[in-house]
Design a protein around this ligand. Structure first.
Ligand SMILES: *Cc1c(COP(=O)(O)O)cnc(C)c1O
Length: 481
């Protein structure tokens, strides 16, 4: 199986989910009805759905069998004990609090340990993590290494947190105002880039000196540990499970969305060593989620999660998983499609500004590419650029656009074959050849916050200039975060 540079699927297919064939005319009608917003297109009208890798995994026969063994007792379900045993073995933290997904673990932790004016450092906070920190009146600070912010720089561990920046922040911030440091593995908002064990040790050392606990945002821990095995000197002969145990041994707890590396469609947990924090979190859990032995889940969900956490560490699986994403990236790169490099663990990011240089950021080149990929080929991707992050500066009223204008192709786990990935690559390459025919877009509706979810847009008429697009091009003014 490993004779190929990118391993073939280490599974065969037992159940199939038919994909409906949708004509170009129907897709054209649907995307126009959706106001050129891909979130509003019905999922059963999509051929390859690369919107997200979260909660979209295919479960194994063993996980499905586990669902039948769900013990739906209100208290003390056997599946809870299985989950605890699994988490003790891999993560090693004493107290396990199941939640319905990752953001609830974040919410419970932060509403227990943060107070207004506190500061939480991280390599880069994921959106929900930042929102949950800020919801407590605390400040979320991103301290990723400088290489992690440059899409063109090649570095094996672009998710690393800069220990010197952390040391400075902890030294400058008042005593007791940093209740914990977070480290996101892999760094989702930085393109799914991994963190090295050497970096984790360095971060731990700084935390120890300032007596601050270290927590992991562990959503893609298995993919991160696979990169460590592949790239970090001294770890090539260690198993990914051993690497995971070492990684988590440097921390005091973690939050987890099992919708990623738990290989389930719903589920998450908070695990930690601090008994006093665990007790306070548990009291809150009972108020907002459920009894401590099921959190926000059914017994069968706990079982699927326990089994998924073991399966995700299978090295044939990980070689295929990370390899499939890398292969998609390589197919695009070889054809000259501009992508962010190196390719991360769960997604390939296309640089839409370089692919569509004739469309200014005020006309949403990323979204124009998203719309064309759906209309022409039935592929769903997501814009991470001027539609998602562009905003009006409150003081000057001037539009500010993010530095990066990306389109993300997130690959669900075990769902699509590499033939699907080839279809995606060839579609993007075909679009690139006639990219000059793609036109910019203009907004016809936008909500005051998180506008990308509900925005409505129209294609610009040939020769039309965007409303408000006169004046200086604000493209390089700032990155909002
Ligand atoms: C998805 C994700 C979360 C939030 O998890 P949900 O299950 O979506 O609530 C937190 N952190 C990271 C890094 C994530 O990718």
């Amino acid at each position: 199986m490993h004779a190929m540079r990118f391993p073939a699927e280490p599974f065969r297919i037992k159940v199939v989910e038919p994909l409906r064939s949708v004509s170009r005319e129907e897709r054209e009608r649907l995307i126009v009805e959706a106001g050129l917003n891909i979130f509003a297109v019905p999922a059963d009208s999509i051929y390859v759905d690369l919107l997200t890798d979260s909660g979209t995994s295919a479960m194994s026969d063993d996980q499905w069998a586990g669902l039948m063994l769900g013990d739906e007792s209100y208290a003390g379900s056997r599946n809870f004990f299985h989950l605890v045993e699994t988490i003790h073995d891999i993560f090693g933290y004493r107290h396990v609090i199941p939640t319905h997904q990752g953001r609830m673990a974040e919410n419970l932790l932060f509403s227990t340990v943060l107070k207004p004016g506190d500061v939480v450092p991280n390599n880069i906070h994921f959106d929900t993590t930042r929102a949950n920190v800020e919801h407590q009146g605390a400040e979320a600070v991103d301290l990723v290494i400088d290489e992690g912010l440059d899409p063109a720089v090649l570095h094996p561990f672009k998710g690393n947190l800069d220990p010197a920046k952390l040391d400075r922040l902890l030294g400058e911030t008042g005593q007791g105002r940093v209740p914990l440091v977070m480290l996101t593995v892999t760094n989702n908002s930085g393109g799914g880039q991994p963190v090295s064990l050497a970096n984790v040790r360095a971060v731990r050392e700084v935390c120890d000196r300032h007596r601050v606990p270290l927590f992991f945002d562990a959503c893609r821990f298995a993919e991160n540990c696979w990169f460590i095995k592949e790239r970090e000197p001294g770890y090539g002969n260690k198993s990914v499970t051993e690497i995971a145990r070492e990684l988590f041994s440097y921390g005091d707890g973690c939050t987890m969305s099992a919708k990623k590396d738990g290989l389930v469609n719903i589920g998450g947990f908070l695990a930690l060593n601090n008994a006093e924090w665990a007790e306070r979190v548990t009291n809150l859990l009972i108020l907002v989620e459920g009894f401590p032995t099921y959190g926000g889940l059914a017994g069968r969900d706990l079982e699927a999660m326990a089994r998924g956490l073991r399966e995700v560490l299978n090295e044939d699986y990980l070689a295929f998983r990370v390899g499939q994403v890398a292969e998609l990236g390589e197919m695009l790169d070889r054809a000259g499609v501009p992508i962010v490099k190196p390719v991360g663990g769960h997604a390939v990011y296309i640089d839409a500004r370089r692919l569509l240089p004739h469309i200014p950021q005020s006309q949403f080149p990323g979204q124009a590419l998203v719309v064309a990929l759906y209309r022409e080929f039935g592929i769903r991707s997501v814009e991470v650029g001027s539609l998602m992050f562009g905003h009006r500066e409150p003081k000057t009223g001037e539009m500010v656009y993010p530095k990066l204008e990306l389109v993300r192709l997130a690959v669900p786990r075990r769902v699509y074959t590499t033939e699907h990935m080839r279809f995606v690559a060839e579609s993007v390459i075909q679009l690139q050849r006639r990219s000059d025919r793609l036109r910019g877009l203009k907004l016809t509706y936008e909500a005051p916050v998180l506008r990308h979810f509900t925005a409505r847009l129209e294609e610009m008429a040939p020769g039309e200039s965007a409303p408000g697009s006169a004046g200086p091009r604000a493209a390089d003014v700032a990155t909002p975060r």
